[in-house]
Structures are given as C-alpha cells and as structure tokens.
Design a protein around this ligand. Structure first.
Ligand code: SAM
Length: 187
C-alpha cells in the first residue's frame, strides 16, 4: 500500500538522518514526530522541537513518558519556529513541519505562511548537503489554503541548482488530504 503523508515523511527522513545527527521538529504538537526523530538520531544525536503552545510541550512529555522513552536527546522549546537560528547552531540533516492546528487542541491556533517560510529558510540555511526539510501541509481549515499557496509559491521558486523539491499527494481523495513537500539540499 502507498504511504500516507505522515508515513512518507518518516521514510524520507529515515533515508538521510543518521545516529548522532542534529534535526528539527518545527511543529511539535503532540510529539509524534519528535519521538520518531529521537529514535532516529539516538542518544548521540539531538532533536530541537518547537511549538508556540505550552500544551504541546506537556503532551510531548506525556507521550515520551507513556513510551518509557528518554527525553535526554530532545530539547523542547516553547517558541515560534521562526526563532530556529536562535536555538540551533549545528548543521541539521532533517527538519519536519506538520502545518495546521494541534489535533485535540485550539483549532484557531494555526501555522501561518510568514513564520513558516521564515522557519523553512532557516532550516535550509542550516541544512547539510543531502539534508531534507519536509512540510506536511494540512489545508482544510480556515487559513490553510492561503498558507499552502504561499508555501507552494516559495518552494516552486527555489533554485533547482541548489535544491530538489518534491510534491507528494493523493489526487483522488476527498476532504483535502495533506500535501507533502520535500526540499533536499543539493549543494
Ligand atoms: C499539526 S500540529 C503538529 C502535529 C505534530 N507533528 C504531532 O506529531 O502531533 C501543528 C502545531 O504547530 C504549532 N504551531 C503553530 N504556529 C507555530 C509556530 N509559529 N512555531 C511553532 N509551532 C507552531 C501548533 O501549536 C500545533 O501544535
């Protein structure tokens, strides 16, 4: 069966992220990507996870506890992802964004194109050659289509000599299935 967007994002990351690497979860939410990344980079690596809601940090701590998983290689950062460069000085091999609102949380607190694009630019600037920045774009909610349009325009305009950009989506599904964008740094 074909991967859904979340599964495909994990596949794309696991192909390039190695133990000991430094990676970013730009939208921590309930912590599922943070947990996945923490496993990928292992105890010698580091995951920097961002969210603007303290609820996300609490949910993520709870998820790690439930899984009896150490948070030692994770930094949970209560800040907007457009502050990535303030917190991350290392080269990164992977970054993931899950856009939209916190599942089970306040649906009016959503990601916005201006800060999302600023954060993506910071990830690309910190990315190792071959590193991947992945955006899983949910856009069925109010404000989602505007963010998607801005992001598609930004990613489409990236220089093909510097970046390979991929779009992955199911084109016969109803209810706005997420669109995955992957940006791989070439040089
Ligand atoms: C779709 S959820 C992420 C789901 C998450 N990947 C998971 O595994 O549960 C989007 C998250 O982005 C957060 N968010 C919104 N604006 C943000 C910003 N500027 N910086 C960081 N996080 C932001 C929301 O608070 C929300 O928790």
């Amino acid at each position: 069966m074909l991967d859904n967007a979340m599964q495909y994002s994990h596949r794309l990351l696991s192909e390039v992220v190695q133990p000991g690497d430094c990676v970013v979860d730009a939208t921590m939410g309930n912590g599922h990507d943070t947990l996945f990344l923490s496993d990928l980079v292992q105890s010698s690596g580091k995951v920097f996870s961002f969210d603007v809601q303290s609820q996300a940090l609490e949910q993520t701590r709870t998820l790690f506890e439930k899984n009896q998983h150490s948070l030692d290689n994770v930094e949970l950062i209560h800040a907007s992802h457009d502050q990535i460069q303030k917190y991350v000085s290392q080269t990164i091999t992977g970054a993931v964004f899950n856009l939209g609102y916190l599942p089970g949380g306040d649906k009016t607190i959503i990601t916005h194109s201006e800060s999302t694009i600023a954060a993506v630019q910071q990830c690309l600037a910190q990315s190792q050659i071959g590193g991947r920045t992945i955006l899983v774009c949910y856009y069925g909610h109010p404000g989602g289509k505007e963010e998607l349009e801005q992001l598609l325009s930004f990613v489409t305009d990236l220089d093909q000599h510097e970046f390979s950009c991929l779009r992955y989506e199911f084109i016969n599904q109803i209810n706005n299935p997420p669109i995955l964008l992957c940006i791989e740094r070439k040089k």
